[in-house]
Design a binder for this molecule. Structure first.
Ligand code: NAI
Ligand code: UGA
Length: 466
């Protein structure tokens, strides 16, 4: 099938590459000429495991191309995917400018039937709005007595996770397709079934529903996961006060199949481009309907507090004044296996520590460049603070001479460091771990003062004498 993807961000690029891998003929279009030039050279503008290799194979096979030419993109695809950004507005709503930009470009250039698939996360009702925007532009064009071409707008939200995006896309739990019942939409639904048929070998993954339900499913799923994380973070904070170790509690809870064991890890709050944005957008939708969503409000509040947790824990040991202190920070990206710094908890942490006078020695396996860019943005009001950030070349290099080590991202390479060398490198053997990477008792045996999330008051396992 001939496909065009508009937007080569995390979702658009992965979608384009994976659909090409299935044998489709894909053109990816973006208005960012720099990104397109990078892709045309065979480089990938983001860090996503396996993406570069898969992309190279498909470009080589002639199934995948990149362009800034919107008209060419519209002409090429039978199915046109909108995979552009839908960032938050100041009031928590959704900025739809990029989506409507693509919709209008499609309408300006299409001259045959098109299926327009919205992969971006968009508020309920956006499908109708996109349909109207396209119809409006089409109506203004001259068709020389011929009728304007037909089209259908489909909702097909994406559920991939950064860091495992290819695997998530290629082996989806479900594929949600929201499509109506008009003749155009039935034709579109049939095309979507055909497109996604390879994913359903032996087990139907495609779930068809109406467009508004599909749009809502995406937000409800992300919001549920965000609530789960905030819930676990509150449990962990209470565990700290009660002298309970959250780790066996997590395992015990997760063993109940009604709860399940994923997304139960306490930490320093959820980040990334989607959970904070989508929780805000859903709350905004609720307010618009006169229904404040109190559970989501609480989840967002807990998350804000959790991002400051490591600073509070440091203060427990060192007092509130960090002037003249030097801290090591391992992990900058919002999660492992990505260089994405959007809403990364590390950014809140870094700003807070710099504001209190500390100097930082930071390390991340892949996000150093992106971190420099984002931190410069965050510190626009205090550019002089940036002088107190040292970008180290290795985890141990960052630890050298530091008053404490803080851990913000659970990169694999932080899981089993040379503990002896780490203790020697640190000025003071204090480790404040926001991702619960180590066993508290083992750390104490190794001579560390170790503070984690929900595991801090456990000196001896309380079941040991039973
Ligand atoms: N990042 C993720 O893991 C996931 C994101 N989503 C949703 O997917 C959507 C896209 O997210 P990301 O890929 O992270 O966004 P992104 O911000 O990384 O990429 C968006 C791309 O669209 C391009 N663009 C903007 N206007 C354009 C136009 N008129 N024509 C062509 N290209 C244009 C931008 O230049 C940019 O390269 C969002 O709605 C997001 O909520 C959904 C699931 C996962
Ligand atoms: O809509 C989106 O953009 C995507 O948002 C999330 O994916 P992503 O943000 O890439 O990463 P996650 O693995 O979900 O992690 C999000 C945040 O939650 C945190 N998290 C995750 C799991 C957990 O148990 N505890 C926890 O604190 C992570 O550290 C990270 O900061 C969803 O998992 C995807 O299904 C969805 O498609």
């Amino acid at each position: 099938m001939n496909l065009t993807i508009f937007g080569v961000g995390y979702v658009g690029l992965v979608t384009g590459v994976c659909l090409a891998e299935l044998g489709n003929d894909v053109v990816c279009v973006d208005t960012d000429a720099r990104k397109i030039a990078t892709l045309q050279r065979g480089d990938v503008p983001i860090h996503e495991p396996g993406l570069k290799e898969l992309m190279a194979g498909n470009c080589h096979a002639g199934r995948l191309a990149f362009s800034t030419d919107l008209a060419k993109g519209v002409a090429h695809g039978e199915v046109l995917f909108i995979a552009v950004g839908t960032p938050s507005t100041d009031d928590g709503g959704t900025d739809m400018a990029q989506v409507f930009g693509v919709a209008r470009a499609i309408a300006a250039h299409m001259d045959a039937f098109k299926v327009i698939v919205n992969k971006s996360t968009v508020p309920v009702g956006s499908g109708e709005a996109v349909h109207e925007a396209i119809a409006e532009v089409l109506a203004q064009r001259l068709w020389h007595a011929a009728p304007a071409p037909g089209f259908a707008v489909v909702s097909n939200p994406e559920f991939l996770k950064e860091g495992s995006a290819i695997d998530d896309f290629m082996r989806p739990d479900r594929i949600i397709v929201g499509v109506g019942d008009s003749p155009e939409e039935r034709r579109a639904g049939a095309l979507m079934r055909e497109l996604y048929r390879p994913f359903s070998h032996g087990h139907e993954r495609l779930m068809c529903m109406d467009r508004r339900s599909a749009e809502f499913t995406k937000y409800a799923a992300n919001a549920m996961l965000a609530v789960r994380i905030s819930f676990m973070n509150e449990m962990a904070n209470l565990a700290d006060r009660l002298g309970v170790d959250i780790e066996p509690v997590r395992v015990g809870m997760g063993a109940d199949p009604r709860i399940g064991d994923s997304f139960l890890y306490p930490g320093i709050g959820y980040g990334g481009s989607c959970f904070p944005k989508d929780v805000a957008a859903l709350r905004h939708m609720g307010l618009g309907m006169g229904l404040p969503l109190r559970v989501l409000q609480a989840a967002a509040q807990v998350n804000d507090g959790q991002r400051r947790l490591l600073v509070d824990k440091l203060a427990q040991r060192l007092g509130n004044d960090f002037a003249g202190r030097r801290f090591a920070l391992w992990g900058l990206a919002f999660k492992p296996n990505t260089d994405d710094m959007r809403e990364a908890p590390s950014r809140v942490l870094i700003r807070e520590l710099l504001a209190r006078g500390a100097a930082l020695q930071v390390f991340d396996p892949v996000a150093m460049l992106e971190a420099r860019r984002c931190l410069a943005e965050d510190m626009r009001d205090h550019p002089e603070w940036l002088d107190r950030i040292h970008y180290a070349e290795s985890p141990l290099g960052a630890a050298h001479g530091a008053d404490a080590l803080l851990i913000a991202t659970e990169w694999q390479e932080f899981c089993s460091p040379n503990f002896e060398a780490l203790r020697m490198a640190l000025k003071r053997p204090l480790v404040v771990d926001g991702r619960n990477l180590y066993e508290p008792r083992a750390m104490r045996t190794l001579g560390f003062d170790y503070l984690a999330v929900g595991r801090n008051t456990v000196d001896e396992p309380r079941t040991a004498t039973l």
